[in-house]
Write a protein that binds this ligand. Structure first.
Ligand SMILES: C[S@@+](CC[C@H](N)C(=O)[O-])C[C@H]1O[C@@H](n2cnc3c(N)ncnc32)[C@H](O)[C@@H]1O
Length: 214
């Protein structure tokens, strides 16, 4: 069995480790990033307005979403080393005018109430110490009429072969934390505890998401 994994000790990363994380994500998870963006655009239309991404990592997902939408994105990341690599990636993609990188914590989103038309968070949910609190924060910054899409997954356009490869790599990398992405009942409980009235839990072999409407 392969021992390969993608680094997931985000809080421990210096610049070198963050670079390795970026390289491994690009090498292994690009089909999932492209497929999830395609799914989002198909389901919600070519998005326009303000987007907040919570836990943007090295901004690979934000860059892909930006290229396929008209959004202005505020990409939030907590870890300084990862944030620095994200800054370089955004500059290299020449998208600094449309992606604003923000150093901050999901538990205290540095945005006004009803700031965002769309809030996306992919693959950061397992890290949050107080998931109910973060969901409340996401709901607070959503505009009325806005959509939140929170969870993790690979998108419906990956092949079965890609899906199986990426899923086992994710599970190996996140270890016991990966289990939360197979727990739709737990996610429903968390969203209800956050007092969010209008939502759906989407769970299939390609991922687990809370779709929130305000
Ligand atoms: C697996 S990466 C996902 C990156 C990107 N969203 C994607 O889909 O490729 C998760 C990121 O969330 C960040 N993160 C975890 N907890 C966070 C928090 N409380 N506030 C902000 N960012 C956080 C981690 O540092 C890490 O960079």
């Amino acid at each position: 069995m392969s021992k390969e994994y993608v680094p997931a000790d985000y809080t421990e990363m210096d610049i070198l480790k963050a670079k390795r994380f970026d390289k491994e994500v690009r090498k292994n998870f690009m089909p999932a990033i492209e497929s999830t963006v395609k799914q989002i655009i198909e389901d919600y239309g070519v998005l326009d307005g303000v987007c907040v991404e919570v836990g943007c990592g090295t901004a690979i997902f934000a860059i892909e979403l930006c290229k396929h939408s008209k959004l202005t994105i505020y990409a939030l990341e907590k870890e300084k080393a990862i944030y620095e690599i994200a800054r370089m990636n955004i500059e290299e993609a020449q998208l600094s005018d449309r992606i604003n990188l923000v150093l901050g914590d999901a538990h205290n989103l540095p945005f006004d109430d009803e700031f965002a038309d769309f809030v996306i968070s992919r693959g950061a949910y397992h890290c949050w110490k107080d998931k109910v609190y973060v969901l409340k924060e996401i709901y607070r910054v959503l505009k009325k009429g806005g959509i939140g899409f929170v969870g993790g997954g690979f998108g419906r356009y990956v092949t079965d072969e890609e899906l199986n490869r990426m899923k086992s790599l994710r599970d190996r990398s996140l270890k016991e934390d990966a289990q939360i992405y197979n727990s739709p009942d737990k996610m429903r409980e968390i969203v209800l505890k956050a007092d969010i009235p209008n939502f759906r839990i989407l769970y299939d072999k390609t991922g687990l998401w809370a779709e929130i409407r305000k």
